[in-house]
Design a protein around this ligand. Structure first.
Ligand SMILES: *[C@@H]1O[C@H](CO)[C@@H](O)[C@H](O)[C@H]1NC(C)=O
Ligand SMILES: *[C@@H]1O[C@H](CO)[C@@H](O)[C@H](O)[C@H]1NC(C)=O
Ligand SMILES: *[C@@H]1O[C@H](CO)[C@@H](O)[C@H](O)[C@H]1NC(C)=O
Ligand SMILES: *[C@@H]1O[C@H](CO)[C@@H](O)[C@H](O)[C@H]1NC(C)=O
Length: 473
């Protein structure tokens, strides 16, 4: 009840602001804020589960026009869309729009996460992350990822006739994260970690009602446990580094611990390390597993794309001796495969849309977005616009051949100066996984071809496949 009450108190000043502003010439966008706290959250979530969220937004646009107000996950929100809106969101200076997330996400991921930081702090943490995530550093992990993916196929695919892709891909990407981000070996500790982590993820898009048995409440509890485990891990790594039993380049945590400021102290606080390791986990886990899952689904449905992609991967396989790891140079040759991945992201973006916060009163499209309100944008609106992508429902990887796509239209990885820092990580992981899967197996879908969103897309029954081994070459 306390939360409900606090939110009511919080809404009162907004209504006051609202009336005060109406007197000035600036106008709030059309639309209703709905019920306090809940607003339109349940409607949107319901539409996402039914995979009709795109229609839900289109109906809004029809009813209210291009810019409209509503209330999502506990906060008044302005929904904007289109190329100009994307550009506006992705290029705005942090003192105008911040990447601050919904109340639920902020409480779950912590207030020192990259999303919550502004100006200097944001720069400092982002560059620490980039030190690990930039291509020149990730190059050294290609072999390690390759090994994780081979182990995975060995353990979960070989000798099987049926696999369920999505849970397996979550298992795979989580294992890769554990190995690369914090060198956490397989075992009970990893298993306990994954359990907490999954519960934590479930509350990311929830109404922030902190009562027992709400998704939000379990998610917050899980978040506390994940944070404690990470703190413990960081302390162990710190000792290992001091005793020279670990190297600074070993994983993300040792990398964070080794970045020093001018005074020789650790550049990031412990809380910043914890919260940003969580950001990378959240960003890297579901999105990559969903991308690989939808790639397998797509290849089962599009024989011509499959044939072309297989040819590219077989050529690379032919140039290697048995058991030899893929290299950075091999990945550079997988151009078609990556275009197929990008087109998959266009058609089925794992990130449906996301939130920002107005740091001051902003004007957009002739309307006022008041300070403190959320801004919500959705990827679908440009990805499926036929004047940007002709015949948008056609799957056509050649769209990504030319490097001249109009800017801020394909936003599978965001865009502008805040483009997803994990882009390269996702690319490497996806390409290596696709290489081994298409060269070792063929597959057929065994369930219907639908999916729902929660908030990430989830195929029916997690995409069960009938698989057959391929005799190599
Ligand atoms: C953002 O804009 C403000 C005022 O216009 C300026 O002082 C500040 O330096 C800008 N920050 C960045 C990161 O560009
Ligand atoms: C992955 O699968 C293995 C074997 O089924 C299981 O023991 C392990 O807990 C799973 N790990 C994750 C991270 O889901
Ligand atoms: C979950 O709800 C209970 C009861 O309202 C509350 O005491 C507890 O603090 C909540 N948990 C978290 C992690 O906020
Ligand atoms: C599609 O994109 C064009 C160019 O950005 C824009 O003018 C048009 O309004 C968009 N259509 C819709 C339905 O959003």
């Amino acid at each position: 009840m306390n939360t409900l009450f606090a939110v009511f108190l919080f809404l009162i000043p907004i209504f006051l602001l609202h009336t005060r502003r109406k007197k000035s010439s600036e106008r709030l966008p059309p639309g209703s804020l709905g019920l306090p706290l809940i607003g339109q959250s349940l409607g949107l979530l319901r539409a996402m589960r039914a995979n009709t969220a795109e229609k839900w937004l289109e109906q809004r646009i029809k009813k209210y026009g291009p810019v409209s107000k509503l209330s999502l996950f506990g906060k008044p929100t302005v929904f904007i869309h289109g190329q100009a809106a994307n550009k506006f969101v992705f290029t705005a200076n942090g003192s105008t729009i911040s990447s601050k997330q919904t109340e639920s996400i902020r409480r779950i991921l912590g207030e020192r996460s990259l999303f919550e930081l502004s100006a200097e702090d944001h720069k400092r943490v982002r560059s620490a992350l980039m030190l690990f995530l930039k291509p020149e550093s990730l190059k050294q992990y290609v072999e390690k990822m390759d090994e994780e993916i081979r182990n995975h196929l060995e353990m979960h695919w070989h000798g099987k006739q049926q696999v369920t892709v999505l849970p397996l891909m979550k298992n795979l990407t989580f294992n890769i994260i554990c190995s690369l981000l914090f060198g956490l070996e397989r075992g009970t500790r990893r298993d306990e970690f994954v359990e907490c982590f999954q519960t934590m993820m479930e509350g990311m898009w929830s109404v922030p009602v902190n009562l027992p048995f709400t998704r939000y409440n379990s998610s917050l509890k899980a978040s506390k446990r994940v944070q404690n485990m990470l703190k413990e891990l960081i302390r162990e790594k710190r000792v290992q580094l001091e005793q020279r039993k670990a190297s600074p380049q070993q994983d993300l945590v040792t990398c964070f611990l080794s970045i020093r400021n001018d005074e020789g102290k650790e550049e990031l606080t412990e809380l910043e390390m914890v919260h940003n390791v969580m950001v990378v986990m959240v960003a890297g886990h579901d999105t990559s597993s969903i991308l690989i899952t939808f790639l397998l689904r797509l290849l089962a449905n599009e024989p011509a794309v499959y044939a072309h992609l297989l040819q590219e991967q077989e050529e690379i396989a032919r140039s290697k001796s048995a058991g030899e790891f893929l290299t950075w140079e091999d990945l550079a040759k997988m151009k078609y495969t990556w275009r197929v991945a990008q087109e998959t992201l266009r058609v089925t973006p794992p990130i449906f849309g996301s939130f920002r916060t107005a740091m001051k009163d902003i004007e957009f499209g002739g309307y006022l977005i008041p300070k403190g309100w959320q801004i919500f944008w959705a990827a679908h609106m440009t990805h499926m616009n036929d004047s940007i992508f002709p015949e948008p429902s056609k799957f056509d990887p050649s769209r990504f051949e030319k490097q001249v796509l109009p800017p801020y239209c394909f936003v599978g990885f965001g865009g502008g100066p805040r483009i997803c820092p994990g882009y390269e990580f996702a690319r490497i992981e996806t390409l290596i996984a696709m290489h081994h899967m298409v060269t070792r197996f063929t597959w057929k879908l065994t369930a219907d071809d639908q999916f729902s969103r929660d908030p990430m897309p989830v195929p029916t029954q997690g995409l069960p496949l009938e698989i057959m081994p391929r005799t190599r070459l």
